[in-house]
Ligand binder design. Structure first.
Ligand code: ADP
Length: 249
């Protein structure tokens, strides 16, 4: 695979079976994420964003299609795929009684990172948590806890970081700081896949954006190109969904 492509997704479908009914959560999705970019995955609730991320994370199986992460086929090399990805979850899932440093050390252990290969202090620095390294995590602010989730996803130094709605419920100031950490990681060479339903945030931070709606990829372009004939992403989205509805009627 071309090394300038970090993630390649081809004709991926996901059908959930729920109460005897089929729910088509992803419909023939194909896309590529380039190495070094901040790639936005946008869509309203129920669009299929979590399904997409959970498939990459290996917690949901795709129904069919092909996925390659950092040169590794998801079906043939799931361990290498896992090692190539850092996933920042929506929910804060850190032990409140451990310090950030301890949490990162435990996580590194879970990923089998040898003690001499750990970069705990560097990660704390990068996520702006050095001065809280030994504090009780329960005493951290909401924004700091979010940055700790980012730090936790980085212990095995994955080349690709996936952030799943990382700013949901975070206030403006903390959101700004979190986005700054994401930008810094990107400057250090980490490819970022960012899902959000905050359209403004996506247009601020993402180089390219994919929009999915009801399981279908309805747009994929550079942020600049998407905003060329529209005042903001909100308008892009409204135009796209109108078109889609016309098409379906
Ligand atoms: P998003 O993250 O964009 O809000 P999801 O991936 O959570 O979207 O959901 C996409 C669709 O798949 C929705 O219609 C949702 O109800 C359905 N869905 C998600 N998870 C399951 C599941 N475990 N079983 C059945 N249907 C599901």
């Amino acid at each position: 695979m071309n090394s300038s492509i970090a993630l390649k997704v081809e004709n991926v479908n996901k059908i959930y079976l729920q109460g005897g009914k089929h729910v088509e959560a992803l419909k023939n999705i194909s896309l590529e994420v380039k190495t070094g970019e901040i790639f936005g995955l946008l869509g309203p609730n129920g669009a299929g964003k979590s399904t997409f991320i959970n498939i990459l994370a290996g917690t949901v199986n795709k129904t069919n299609g092909f996925i390659n992460v950092w040169g590794f086929d998801l079906d043939k090399n799931p361990r290498q795929v896992r090692a190539s990805l850092g996933i920042v979850p929506q929910e804060i899932n850190v032990d409140p009684f451990f310090s950030p440093k301890k949490i990162l050390e435990i996580q590194a252990g879970l990923y089998g990172v040898k003690v001499q290969d750990r970069i705990t202090d560097q990660i704390l620095e990068l996520t702006n948590l050095s001065d809280k390294a030994n504090a009780y995590t329960r005493n951290l602010s909401g924004g700091m806890k979010r940055r700790l989730l980012v730090a936790k996803a980085m212990v095995h130094q994955p080349p690709i970081l996936i952030l799943d709605e990382p700013t949901a419920g975070v206030d403006v100031d903390l959101r700004r700081k979190l986005l700054e950490s994401v930008r810094e990681l990107n400057r250090q060479g980490v490819t970022i896949i960012y899902t959000t339903h905050y359209l403004k945030e996506a247009s601020d931070i993402c180089d390219r954006i994919a929009i999915i709606d009801r399981g279908k990829l309805v747009a994929l372009n550079s942020t600049q190109e998407l905003l060329k004939n529209n005042s903001d992403l909100e308008e892009v989205f409204i135009n796209l969904t109108n078109k889609e509805n016309e098409h379906n009627n």
